[in-house]
Design a protein around this ligand. Structure first.
Ligand code: NDP
Length: 252
């Protein structure tokens, strides 16, 4: 999927919400979507990081973004309803939702995994995604076509020792994507998942501290799949699990 070439105006007039937009892959995805014409809503827990991304988008002359600070570890159903009301008032619809924010947690044997840690990771990596999707589906249905992207991982598709709560949460994310995709099949909204593959970010460095980051793809290099699945070239894709670093297998 690394050689998909998005048209410069692929996302013109689209309103796209990106979670975890302050850093790593989410930051690059937000800037890339804006560069392709989207108005992006930057959601994250660290306001100063969101403001830096906002400033960069504005400085490049891309459509003015919106900032939505929210900590997914403590967010309530009321917060998601409030978020939906704000988006409704400002834009009246939502064309894309990239669920990207996640916690890694500790790499440890399942036998020793503290249950509070599993609860925290399920809250941020799974429950928050469902609660946000529930609140935003009416707005996604207001768009002529809409794309929901979930972020998975290699360990969300095949279990691996020590990946603990993170792997469990990513399997749950894949399952949620598949169930949702089946429920919305044939409608104007579609849902798919992306496994970014090893990518040069803070999360990757904390999982693999001894690794040379220069051997990894940058977030920028994996953007072709993020663009393909968010834009209208992928209207026929629903319920599929994609890998950002594999050669393209675009189905027709
Ligand atoms: P980073 O840790 O670099 O960035 C994660 C982002 O999520 C940060 O902006 C962070 O905010 C935000 N975030 C974390 N917790 C919360 C929270 N409670 N509320 C709101 N925002 C939160 O991770 P990556 O960019 O590497 O990962 C992005 C996605 O890709 C994740 O879903 C990850 O699981 C997945 N992935 C990454 C791989 C990789 O090699 N990098 C490989 C496979 C999957 P803040 O900046 O404030 O901490």
């Amino acid at each position: 999927m690394l050689d998909y070439q998005a048209k410069k105006d692929l996302l013109t007039n689209k309103i796209i919400l990106v979670t975890g937009a302050g850093d790593g892959i989410g930051r690059t995805a937000a800037i890339t979507y804006a560069a392709h014409g989207a108005t992006v809503i930057l959601l994250g827990r660290t306001q100063r990081k969101l403001e830096a991304v906002y400033d960069q988008i504005v400085a490049q002359g891309y459509p003015q973004p919106a900032i939505m600070p929210l900590d997914l570890a403590s967010a309530t159903v009321g917060d998601y309803q409030h978020m939906a009301a704000l988006i409704d008032a400002q834009f009246g619809r939502l064309d894309g939702l990239l669920h990207n924010a996640s916690l890694l947690g500790t790499l440890t044997l399942l036998e020793q995994l503290p249950l509070q840690e599993l609860e925290l990771l399920l809250k941020v990596n799974v429950v928050a995604e469902l609660a946000m999707t529930q609140a935003l589906l009416p707005l996604l249905r207001q768009a002529s076509t809409a794309s929901i992207l979930f972020t998975s991982s290699g360990v969300g598709r095949k279990g691996r020792a020590y990946w603990g709560a993170y792997a469990i949460s990513k399997f749950a994310t894949e399952g949620m994507m598949q169930v949702l995709a089946d429920e919305i099949d044939g409608s104007s909204v579609r849902a798919n998942s992306i496994n970014p593959g090893g990518t040069r970010t803070t999360m990757r460095a904390s999982a693999y501290p001894a690794e040379d980051p220069l051997t990894l793809k940058t977030p920028q290099e994996i953007m072709p799949l993020y663009l393909y699945l968010m834009g209208d070239d992928s209207l026929h894709e629903n319920g599929q699990a994609f890998s950002a670093q594999l050669k393209p297998t675009i189905s027709k």
